[in-house]
Design a protein around this ligand. Structure first.
Ligand code: NAD
Length: 529
């Protein structure tokens, strides 16, 4: 074998000398076992074959053949004879060999090349087409999803927005109220010199009449102190003055003594509507008796003038019509209304006792039915009852046949009368009311018409001790005070209806504010007074 190989090598050397590029192969040596680089390697990387080996196909062009041998010899980078590196670009079609590692294609595959190339090209196109189609389908599905999601989202967004709007509306209202209270703008106030400006105490000043009186006296430029235990009054009635330099609000019960310096006292503290004063009759009596004593004591101490807000109820169920100030009244001293009626009668008695005995300046206003904004909703009085029932579409309830008469004055008229009386020299009682008399049924029909309500009128059994007739004789007030009511009934009713409507809306939008409770009438209950 050795000898055989030796002979083969000699043969190759001879061939090198004569025929460059001749391919030699020893039968026992594979084409890949050509000698490594070095002086003995084939200058063009030609493969050596043994003479006995099967004949090679016709010699490859130099460049093509060089791809095989040189690639192997020099790790993928061949060298020309002169040492210049051989670039191995491309590969044999269909061989799958990497550039630089390529080998010569087997002879059989040469003829398959174009076919393979064609197939590959077709496959590539098909692949490209499929890939393109897949891509388009993908994009379409993504776009569809996106469009669906957007429409769903838009619908959802609209629903959520309307829900949010519903929830936010009352909050917005509240913020507006808060902003209003922060950037407080007070109603215009007159400037009064020190000499003309009075320090005025209003007991019950957070109530219906008291808050309107507060407005009037503040706007006239006086210093006003409101004292209230908020039994039936509320801060909202005077909140527009809170923080003003002329205004003071004190939470105090007049049943307890009070020590402040004042020039005038308007003593209004007392529940005024039947359900409220009947709720706790003993407290009503205390407020009207002990409370009035305390205020008279204060007036005496500081030399102030006191005006008592008395009532037409001192006439009871009157036997004279209309009632003038000389009429002594017709009151049941043990009836359900006695705590109020007799409480006010004894309060008047106290006033004149203090006047005669202590020289306290007193004024007594006998107030007849009054109505207007800030009056209590649900307090059981005729006007508020009818307005609320008409606004809420409920039946207007008339107790008895509806023929009993009432005369209602608008609150601004009353306030003007109170101020006129306070600043007058009239120390005897004066009626303040509107003499325009109407039956209860007429009131019901008028309010129904002004509200534009379809409510029916319902007749219920008569209330105990309900006065049949009530009409003030106001000749004294006209004569001595130059006062008489000026606001027509319908105009006043329209203002009250507007207020009640707003209040109902306010309550609906502010659920955190407790709705007015029904009339407080818990009889026979033991409680601390
Ligand atoms: N409104 C009318 O039609 C009418 C008619 C006749 C007489 N009056 C008299 O006018 C005055 C005011 O009546 P109104 O309609 O404004 O009633 P109102 O209930 O609205 O006001 C009374 C005020 O007095 C307060 N008060 C009650 N007890 C108190 C106490 N012990 N200490 C401190 N504050 C107390 C209440 O909290 C309320 O703010 C009352 O004295 C009433 O008797 C009113």
């Amino acid at each position: 074998m050795r000898r055989h190989e030796e002979a083969f090598r000699i043969h190759c050397r001879e061939q090198r000398d004569t025929q460059l590029g001749h391919a030699c192969a020893h039968p026992g040596l594979s084409a890949t076992t050509t000698s490594p680089t070095g002086p003995r390697s084939h200058p063009h990387g030609a493969t050596m074959r043994h003479p006995g080996a099967p004949p090679l196909p016709s010699p490859q062009p130099r460049g093509a053949c060089a791809m095989t041998a040189v690639g192997r010899q020099s790790g993928g980078r061949g060298r020309r004879a002169g040492g210049a590196p051989l670039r191995l670009r491309g590969r044999f079609p269909g061989s799958g060999a990497e550039p630089g590692r390529a080998g010569c294609a087997p002879p059989g595959m040469v003829s398959k090349g174009p076919l393979l190339r064609l197939l590959t090209a077709i496959n590539r196109r098909r692949m490209k087409l499929l890939t393109g189609l897949a891509f388009v389908a993908y994009v379409a599905s993504v776009w569809g999803n996106f469009v669906n999601m957007r429409s769903l989202q838009e619908n959802g967004d609209q629903k959520v927005e309307s829900k949010i709007e519903e929830a936010v509306a009352p909050l917005r209202e509240k913020i507006r109220d808060l902003e209003k209270s922060f950037t407080q703008k007070y109603p215009p106030v007159k400037f009064l010199s020190e000499k003309d400006r009075k320090r005025i105490l209003i007991t019950g000043g957070a109530g219906f009449v008291g808050s309107h009186l507060t407005d009037k006296l503040m706007m006239d430029g006086h210093e006003v102190t409101v004292v209230d235990n908020f039994f039936t009054g509320r801060k909202r009635n005077v909140e527009h003055w809170i923080g003003h330099e002329n205004f003071e609000l004190i939470n105090h019960d007049v049943v307890e003594p009070l020590y402040i310096e004042v020039d005038q006292i308007y003593h209004l503290a007392s529940p005024a509507s039947p359900p409220n004063y009947m709720y706790n009759p003993i407290k009503t009596l205390k407020t009207n008796t002990i409370g009035t004593l305390n205020m008279l004591g204060l007036a005496k101490r500081v030399g102030a003038r006191l005006l008592l807000a008395s009532t037409s109820e001192v006439y009871g169920d009157p036997e004279v019509h209309p009632q003038n100030e000389d009429y002594w009244g017709h009151v049941n001293p043990i009836g359900p209304r006695a705590c109020y009626d007799e409480g006010k009668r004894v309060a008047e008695t106290m006033c004149y006792a203090y006047m005669k005995q202590e020289g306290v300046e007193v004024r007594v206003a006998r107030i007849f039915n009054t109505f207007g904004p800030r009056m209590h909703m649900n307090d059981g009085r005729v006007v508020s009852n009818f307005i609320l029932q008409a606004l809420q579409g409920e039946a207007l309830t008339v107790y008895g046949p509806g023929t009993q008469t009432r005369a209602f004055q608008y609150v601004s008229d009353l306030v003007n009368g109170l101020v006129a009386l306070m600043n007058s020299n009239v120390s005897s009682p004066v009626n303040l009311g509107n003499p325009e008399e109407h039956t209860i049924l007429e009131f019901a029909q008028l309010i129904k018409k002004l509200v534009g309500s379809e409510s029916e009128i319902q007749f219920l059994s008569e209330a105990q001790d309900d006065p049949q007739k009530r009409k003030p004789d106001i000749r004294k007030a006209k004569l001595l005070l130059g006062w008489e009511p000026v606001v027509p009934l319908e105009e006043g009713l329209n203002k009250a209806i507007h207020y009640f409507r707003k209040e109902l809306e306010y309550q609906a939008n502010n659920q955190y504010i407790p709705k007015p409770k029904p009339a407080r009438m818990k009889k026979g209950r033991t409680r601390h007074n």
